[in-house]
Design a protein around this ligand. Structure first.
Ligand SMILES: Cc1cc2nc3c(=O)[nH]c(=O)nc-3n(C[C@H](O)[C@H](O)[C@H](O)COP(=O)(O)OP(=O)(O)OC[C@H]3O[C@@H](n4cnc5c(N)ncnc54)[C@H](O)[C@@H]3O)c2cc1C
Length: 312
């Protein structure tokens, strides 16, 4: 597609019509057949369908403790797609929903415990609250500023074109320059209408955060000079074992910019009566492996015992 060999809409043609019978397609892919027919007026049993890449899942996210889902910010808990680390670089199909159940429960329990044990309320200076309110309402006061939807569209295009499925360093460097330019444009957004049910205003509030997340993704992908899971570097196509032991952590530097640090992955620690579930999982896997290694000798001993019993 980047080489200009894509479809007019920037996708590729997927042709199953020439490979499978119409009956097979209707039987095995009923919803796909139905959707293409109803929404695009394309009969996939007779012609090729136009498809394109899109974002399916975000593998990175808020850094959390695996047992409690607590983030570094006291009182903040994150579970589900917003939390990072659970799936490594490649989520297996279908397990996001079980992740939500397991880690949502842990987060709920830990958040309840936190709420029960903390004393007093967080005190915020009035001036900080007034500043936050002024910043949130600023897009109503700017006249002639930019439409948030235009900036969102440009951010989407930048991330799609330059930090997409297959990435290279020059592309991501260009993306970071464009993100910096978008940050300046976000400072001058205008929204119309009222505060009630105003999606344009909500987008204006979300955009600064979307830019931070996009910058984190681009910076981390630029730093990771290898290919792994959903991260493919055209300029570093091999998987590098060194990177399998390293996480990249983005945080806010004092000047407001995104700081990137490398952090070793937590390993399996020795057992203790107060082992966490992660440690217990490591121990369990270790014990299983030892059992597997000893299995042939054990079977031999059991067989010999059976034979002795039989003779007796
Ligand atoms: C096309 C597609 C197919 C998928 N198929 C599968 C599948 O078959 N199996 C599977 O396991 N996973 C699948 N997934 C992944 C799975 O659906 C998601 O990972 C999962 O739904 C994420 O759940 P979540 O609760 O973490 O986040 P979300 O479902 O994204 O929930 C976040 C919620 O927060 C709300 N929100 C956002 N901002 C604010 C704000 N400022 N204030 C208040 N609320 C806010 C949003 O409106 C949303 O309701 C699929 C994903 C896609 C895109």
């Amino acid at each position: 597609m980047k080489a200009g060999r894509g479809t007019p809409h920037g996708g590729v043609y997927l042709d199953i019509a020439s490979r499978r019978s119409a009956e097979y397609i209707r039987k095995r892919l009923p919803s796909m057949y139905h959707q293409f027919r109803e929404l695009a007026e394309v009969d996939i049993t007779a012609e090729a369908m136009e498809v394109g890449p899109t974002c399916h899942y975000v593998m990175g996210g808020v850094e959390v403790d695996p047992d409690t889902e607590a983030a570094r910010v006291p009182g903040l808990f994150a579970a589900g797609e917003v939390a990072g680390g659970m799936h490594g670089s490649n989520r297996l199909g279908g397990n996001s929903l079980s992740d939500l159940l397991v880690f949502g429960r842990r987060a709920g329990l830990a958040a309840a415990e936190h709420a029960l044990t903390r004393i007093g309320r967080v005190e915020l200076p009035d001036e900080a609250l007034a500043d936050a309110a002024r910043a949130a309402l600023a897009p109503f006061d700017h006249e002639g500023g930019e439409n948030p939807y235009t900036v969102q569209h440009d951010l989407q295009q930048t991330m799609h074109d330059l930090v997409g499925i297959i990435r290279t360093a020059p592309e991501m460097e260009q993306a970071l320059e464009r993100i910096a330019a978008l940050k300046e444009r976000v400072a001058n957004l205008s929204v119309e209408g009222h505060r009630q049910y105003n999606p344009g205003w909500h987008l204006a509030l979300d955009l600064p955060h979307m830019l931070v997340v996009s910058e984190c993704i681009a910076r981390a992908a630029l730093e990771r000079e290898e290919s792994r899971g959903g991260h493919t570097r055209d300029d570093f196509p091999a998987t590098d074992d060194e990177w399998s032991r390293t996480n990249l952590i983005c945080s806010r530097a004092p000047d407001g910019s995104v700081a990137l640090t490398r952090q070793p992955l937590p390993g399996c620690r020795p057992s203790s009566p107060r082992s966490s579930s992660r440690e217990r999982a490591c121990e369990f896997r270790g014990a299983e492996r030892r059992r597997e290694r000893r299995a042939p000798a054990r079977r031999k001993r059991e067989r010999a015992r059976e034979l002795r019993r039989g003779r007796a």
